[in-house]
Design a protein around this ligand. Structure first.
Ligand code: MG
Ligand code: MG
Length: 285
């Protein structure tokens, strides 16, 4: 499942790289379609119609702007300076699926948006760190929820993480808040999407647009979303929706507790390996 994960990471990197004020969200969808085609992959989002949706999803990615948190449909909307954009994306390659999302700002970021994005990413990092054999789904949920509540943000558990495999949404469900020690036990080989989304206003309410898809905060406050597809392994959580080296600090693997920490002195400072080692040493999870 690293293959589709890498394609998803490429799409999110390309969209984030090219998104700018004045661009229509439909143009971002075209970028995603190009990356999928170049990799021989296809979108599990296009024409997807789960039970809650009145019509099939008509695009390749979700583009959710400002108070929209999830499932925004790319279209004629023109991005503006200061917008908070959440992009969610999937890819199917060789019969396996990857699913990930990222939030970022267009141009000048409001400090409150930057904090919301950072805390949502911190919650993803905490959820990933909890995805170890022997733990339970509730441990992931509790880790995510604790970070969101400490930030003062609203959390809605109607939509959240899920198993990923041959199809995009499989068991088990991975809610963004819950009791530790409860739920299914995590075993090596289980692959799940972990995806906190928080509401800046602090209220746990959302509404759905007339399009039947776009999920917005109930109070008009801004929202952020962060997601990775993660494999539970004996060596700890492995994030699959990454480029290598990982392009997302939230996806860097945790440092094993008993392994020697790589330092600036372990290899020449100019090597790629050294830069990666320094990243892990200073940032970790
Ligand atoms: Mg997703
Ligand atoms: Mg997902």
């Amino acid at each position: 499942m690293r293959g589709p994960g890498r394609v998803v990471a490429q799409i999110l990197a390309a969209v984030q790289d090219q998104a700018k004020a004045g661009m229509r969200t439909a143009e971002l969808d075209e970028i995603a379609r190009d990356v999928l085609a170049r990799n021989g992959a296809y979108s599990p989002f296009l024409n997807y119609q789960p039970g809650f949706a009145p019509v099939p999803f008509p695009a390749t990615i979700c583009t959710s702007v400002n108070d929209a948190a999830l499932h925004g449909i790319p279209g004629r909307y023109k991005l503006a300076d200061g917008d908070l954009l959440s992009v969610d994306c999937g890819a199917v390659l060789d019969g396996w699926t990857g699913d990930a999302a990222v939030s970022f700002t267009i141009g000048t970021a409001r400090p409150a948006d930057k904090r919301l994005i950072d805390v949502t990413r911190d919650a993803l990092r905490a959820g990933i760190a909890a995805a170890v054999p022997g733990a339970r789904i509730g441990d992931i949920s509790a880790a995510i929820g604790a970070v969101g509540r400490a930030g003062g943000y609203g959390i809605c558990t109607d939509f959240g993480g899920h198993g990923v495999g041959r199809t995009m949404h499989e068991d088990p469900s991975v809610p963004n808040e819950g009791a530790p020690g409860r739920g299914r036990r995590l075993v090596p080989g289980l692959v799940i999407a972990i995806e906190p989304w928080f509401l800046a206003g602090g209220r746990d309410m959302y509404r759905i647009d007339r399009d039947g898809w776009t999920i917005r905060s109930g109070d008009g406050s801004r929202a952020a979303h962060a997601e990775h597809t993660v494999a539970v392994t004996d060596d700890g959580p492995q994030v699959l929706t990454v480029l290598w080296p990982p392009n997302d600090p939230a996806a860097r693997p945790p440092q094993p507790p008993h392994s020697p920490r790589l330092t600036r002195h372990s290899c020449p400072a100019s090597s790629k390996f050294s830069r990666l080692a320094l990243d892990i040493d200073t940032d970790g999870i």
